[in-house]
Design a protein around this ligand. Structure first.
Ligand code: BLG
Length: 488
C-alpha cells in the first residue's frame, strides 16, 4: 500500500512536472508509467547481463549462473517472467539500460563506482569483492603500486579496474596500461596464465570462480578497498523498481537464500582450497583430455550427462586410471570387484572399461531409485547410491522418514547419512553400519566439479573441445565471440 502511495505521489509529481514541460514545449507525448508498473504490465522483467561463470551461462539444464538465479527469484517475487539479454561490452550494457525502451535492470556483477554515476543508480549490494592485482606464478610478485611500472598491464575498457588505474596514473604518470573492449576478465586471466601480459586487475569473486581454469594465476596484492557489487537501473529511472529490488535483496540476505547462492556459485575455492583449485586446473588441462572421448561415449550409451561422469571420475581418482583405495576399490571410476563383475568390466585398471562400467552402474542405481524421488534430487541420490550402495541409502531414507523429514529430498536425507556410522542409529537399521559421511562429501564435491565442467563445456562453447586441448580455455579466443563475456 505504502509503495502504491509513494508511486502515485511520485507519479503525480511527474505528471505535474511533465504537464508544465508540455505546456512549455508544446509537446504531446504521454507520460511514461513508473518502471515497476511497466514491468508488471508487460509481465516481463528484462535484465541485461554478461555471459560468464560469475553471472550467466548455460548448463545441461539450460540457463544458470549467480546473476541469473538471483534475477529469476526477483522476477518471481514480482510475479513476472524473466528475460535475459546479453551485452557485448560494458558500453553496450549501459546503452541498453539507458535506451528509452531499454532493459529494466542490469545484473552483471557490476561494482558501483564514481565513473558510473551518470549512467546508473545502484541497488543495495549483495556481494562484497576486493579488487586484486594478479600475476603469473614463477614471476616476481608485485607488492605495491610502483611494482606496476614497466609491466604489460591490461584491463577491460570501461571497467571499475580501468577507473582505478586511471586514478593511479593521475598520481603516477609513468604508469602504462592498456584498455580493451575486445577482451573480458576471463581472457585477461588466460593472458596472465600464459604470460601474454604481466598483470591484470580482477575482483576477488572472479578469481575465486576462475582459478580452477588457470593454474598459473596468483594474487599479488589487494588493490584498494573492498567494493560493492549491486544491480543497477538507468540513471534517469524513477525509484519504483529500485526500491523493490532493494527490498528483495534485503529479504534474500535475511532468509539465507543469498548465502546459498553464493556457496553454490562461489564456493569452489572455499571447498577446494586454493591449492585444490590450482590442482584442478592442472588436471583439467593435463588429464581430462585423455579420457574425454570415453566419458562422452559411455554417457551417450547410458543416457547420462558426460560431465557428471567426468566429475565422478575426478572425485574418485583425480582422473588417474591406476589408483587403488585402502578398501581395494580400483580404477578411474573406483569400482568394487563385485560392481565390476556385474557391469561386465574385466579389467578395472583399463580407463575405458572403468568409465563405461561406472556410467552403466550409475544409470543402473538411478533406475532402481523409487519413482517418488524427482530431479534434481534423483541425481544426487543416485550419486550417493553409487558411493554407499542402495541398501544403506534406503536406511538413511527410513531414518529421515522417522524424523519427520522428507525421504525424497536430498537436503533431508544427507542429514541422516552420517548417522549410519553411529551405533545408536545403525543398530536399528536394516543394513547396519556404513561410512555415512562419505557419500555426503562425495555428492558435494561432485556437484562442485560438475558446475565447473558445465561452465567450461557449455553449449555455446562446444567448439572448444577438450580433445583439442581447449576445455580449460572456456571463453577465451584472442578475439572472443560477442556472447562470451565476463563481468566487471
Ligand atoms: C561402492 C560401490 C557400491 C557398493 C558400495 O561401495 O564403492 N560402488 C561402485 O563400485 C561403483 O556398489 O554398494 S553395494 O554393492 O550395495 O554394497 C558399498 O559397498 C566406491 C565405493 C566405495 C568407495 N568408492 C565408489 O564410490 C571407496 O572406495 N571408499 C573407501 C575410500 S578409502 O579407502 O577410505 O580411501
Amino acid at each position: 500500500m505504502l509503495i502504491q502511495i509513494t508511486c502515485l505521489t511520485r507519479r503525480a509529481i511527474c505528471l505535474l512536472a511533465l504537464g508544465s514541460a508540455l505546456l512549455l514545449a508544446g509537446c504531446e507525448e504521454a507520460p511514461r508509467p513508473p518502471t515497476l508498473e511497466r514491468v508488471r504490465d508487460d509481465g516481463v522483467l528484462r535484465v541485461v547481463t554478461r555471459n560468464s561463470p560469475t553471472t550467466y551461462f548455460q548448463d545441461i539444464n539450460g540457463e544458470t549462473g549467480f546473476e541469473y538465479e538471483l534475477s529469476k527469484l526477483f522476477a518471481e517475487s514480482l510475479g513476472v517472467d524473466l528475460k535475459i539479454e546479453m551485452a557485448d561490452s560494458l558500453d553496450d550494457l549501459f546503452d541498453r539500460l539507458n535506451q528509452p525502451d531499454g532493459v529494466a535492470l542490469a545484473a552483471a556483477g557490476l561494482v558501483e563506482t564514481a565513473g558510473r554515476k551518470d549512467q546508473a543508480r545502484f541497488s543495495h549490494s549483495y556481494l562484497e569483492v576486493t579488487p586484486q592485482v594478479v600475476y603469473r606464478d614463477g614471476e616476481r610478485r608485485p607488492a605495491q603500486s610502483k611494482d606496476l611500472l614497466d609491466k604489460r598491464i591490461m584491463v577491460v575498457k570501461g571497467s571499475s579496474h580501468a577507473e582505478q588505474l586511471a586514478a593511479l596514473k593521475a598520481r603516477m604518470p609513468e604508469l602504462e596500461y592498456e584498455e580493451s573492449d575486445a577482451i573480458e576478465v576471463i581472457d585477461l586471466l588466460r593472458m596472465v596464465d600464459e604470460g601474454v601480459i604481466d598483470l591484470t586487475l580482477v575482483d576477488s569473486n572472479e578469481l575465486a570462480m576462475n582459478q580452477v581454469y588457470f593454474p598459473n594465476v596468483r594474487v599479488a596484492y589487494d588493490f584498494g578497498e573492498p567494493a560493492r557489487v549491486a544491480w543497477s537501473v538507468a540513471a534517469q529511472d524513477d525509484d519504483s523498481l529500485l526500491d523493490e529490488a532493494n527490498k528483495f535483496i534485503d529479504r534474500v540476505k535475511q532468509n539465507g537464500t543469498l548465502q546459498r547462492l553464493k556457496e553454490r556459485f562461489y564456493g569452489h575455492v572455499d571447498e577446494l582450497g586454493y591449492m585444490g583449485a590450482y590442482t584442478f586446473a592442472q588436471h583439467l588441462q593435463q588429464r581430462l583430455p585423455r579420457y574425454e572421448k570415453h566419458f562422452r561415449k559411455a554417457a551417450e550409451e547410458e543416457q547420462v550427462d558426460w560431465r557428471l561422469m567426468a566429475a565422478i571420475g575426478y572425485q574418485e581418482s583425480l582422473w588417474q586410471p591406476e589408483v587403488t583405495s585402502k578398501t581395494g576399490v580400483r580404477g578411474l571410476m573406483m569400482l568394487t570387484q563385485r560392481t565390476a563383475q556385474a557391469m561386465g568390466v574385466a579389467n578395472r585398471l583399463d580407463p575405458k572399461q572403468s568409465i563405461h562400467g561406472g556410467a552403466k552402474y550409475f544409470a543402473h542405481v538411478k533406475e532402481l531409485l523409487p519413482a517418488s524421488i524427482a530431479e534434481p534430487d534423483r541425481t544426487w541420490f543416485a550419486l550417493a547410491a553409487y558411493n554407499i550402495g542402495g541398501g544403506h541409502l534406503e536406511d538413511a531414507r527410513q531414518l529421515a522418514h522417522k524424523e519427520g523429514l522428507n525421504p525424497d529430498k536430498w537436503l533431508d536425507v544427507k542429514k541422516m547419512l552420517p548417522r549410519l556410522s553411529q551405533k545408536q542409529w545403525y543398530s536399528k537399521t536394516k543394513y547396519g553400519y556404513a561410512r555415512g559421511g562419505e557419500p555426503v562429501h562425495f555428492v558435494n564435491n561432485i556437484r562442485r566439479y560438475y558446475d565447473i565442467l558445465s561452465w567450461a563445456t557449455q553449449p555455446q562453447l562446444e567448439g572448444n573441445q577438450i580433445a583439442e586441448g581447449n576445455l580449460h580455455k572456456p571463453a577465451i579466443n584472442k578475439t572472443p565471440p560477442k556472447e562470451q563475456l565476463a563481468p566487471m
